[in-house]
Write a protein that binds this ligand. Sequence first.
Ligand SMILES: NC(=O)c1ccc[n+]([C@@H]2O[C@H](COP(=O)([O-])OP(=O)(O)OC[C@H]3O[C@@H](n4cnc5c(N)ncnc54)[C@H](OP(=O)(O)O)[C@@H]3O)[C@@H](O)[C@H]2O)c1
Length: 257
Amino acid sequence: MSQRSSVDGTTAVVTGASSGIGEVIATRFADDGANVVVCSRDRTNVDPVAERIEESGGTALAVECDVTDRKAVDELVTATAGAFGSIDTLVNNAGTRFMTEFDDIPEEEWKAVIDVNLHGTYHCTQAAGDLLKEGGGTVINLGLSSAANQRGTPQLSHYSAAKAAVINLTTTLAYEWASDDVRVNCIAPGFVAVPAVESYLGVSAAEIDRDLVDRSIAHPSEIADVAQFLASPSSSHIVGETITVDGVPRIEETPGI
Ligand SMILES: NC(=O)c1ccc[n+]([C@@H]2O[C@H](COP(=O)([O-])OP(=O)(O)OC[C@H]3O[C@@H](n4cnc5c(N)ncnc54)[C@H](OP(=O)(O)O)[C@@H]3O)[C@@H](O)[C@H]2O)c1
């Protein structure tokens, strides 16, 4: 791997790294030589991820942190500074979704979805801001594919609204932080085969066969590829972009979850 496309020697915080896309991004960064801080709401979920990374020769710190809790997020940043002294990359990956028709969404569900997906991104980014600005860093947000944003996502109105806000926050903050040498970008996946949605998609990551040239469902490693690119110097002139990673969406279906 060329030096420009590597994250070797950097420190990355990946939220929601106990499973799915976050775990794969954290593992990829660690395999490439980054120190990774993996967080989720439950230490017992995220400890095994850090252990697997360490067993493979990487460096990882597991931190219990609910991204909706500002005090916990501040402690996450303090723990990262204590362990590694810096934050070069923040991956705002923690997310939650419930499939409910708009008419049936109770207020607490609406607020919970906005809280994790949007307010969590706000908390983590603002709390990590000083450290990100110290050495020039990158923020990578997780949005929702452009097809989903343009056409809507039935039964996911709260989730889609939160992700649309994250995409706009990406652009706006990119302007504000450009002069601090912090690049803010967003990855907008379509369907990604993670354990949480396997039964809905009817396929697991292991079953994805690229020889079939069916590009409607991503392997989580294909999201990690883009995260690595956005965290590395290879993307040094990419600022405020939302990169859609959704292959060829199946147009008859909800175009992303
Ligand atoms: N999979 C897809 O098809 C898809 C498509 C488009 C966008 N995305 C986005 O990609 C990101 C990852 O999705 P995924 O499918 O990999 O999700 P997932 O498998 O459901 O994993 C979600 C992660 O977030 C953590 N989490 C949930 N609430 C949290 C909170 N309040 N604080 C901290 N961590 C929390 C969970 O850990 P704990 O339960 O241990 O806390 C878990 O590690 C999300 O932002 C999602 O919206 C996914």
